[in-house]
Design a binder for this molecule. Structure first.
Ligand SMILES: [Zn+2]
Length: 139
């Protein structure tokens, strides 16, 4: 299946596997959140602002958005948790190491600002595979 098929079938539910090239990662959010209240866990402590929270159990959460293309169209994809490791092409050992590296700060946020650092990628919140139906676009 191609991305172009997904875009032309807008409105009908279509499921399949698309082989794509990642153009760029738009943003990336890596966090350790509290198992009880979902606030950020920093240095083993919950950082909840309203009243103390005694939990010290953190859950690692990863979210990312990237632009992909397969020669027929381009799309914005949203990934979470293990999918982010796949997007970054990180094996389980490196993924684990990245999580440990983030633990002291509690969270890390990356925003792509273009090759020059001045271009801003528009942040429209489409649910999954929708972006520019420009068929035949190549990079
Ligand atoms: Zn908490």
């Amino acid at each position: 299946m191609y991305l172009g098929n997904l875009i032309s079938s807008r409105g009908t539910r279509l499921q399949g596997i698309v082989c794509c090239h990642v153009v760029n990662a738009c943003w990336l959010k890596l966090q350790w959140v509290c198992s009880l209240c979902c606030s950020i866990i920093k240095q083993g402590k919950c950082t909840r602002g309203s009243g103390p929270c005694l939990s010290a159990v953190g859950i690692f959460r990863a979210n990312a958005s990237a632009i992909v293309e397969d020669g027929t169209a381009e799309a914005r994809v949203y990934c979470k948790d293990k999918q982010v490791a796949d997007l970054l092409a990180l094996g389980s050992v490196k993924w684990e190491r990245l999580q440990q590296h983030i633990e002291p700060q509690g969270e890390v946020y990356f925003q792509y600002q273009g090759r020059t650092g001045h271009e801003l990628v528009s942040e429209s919140l489409f649910p999954l595979f929708i972006l520019n139906p420009k068929c035949g676009t190549s990079f």
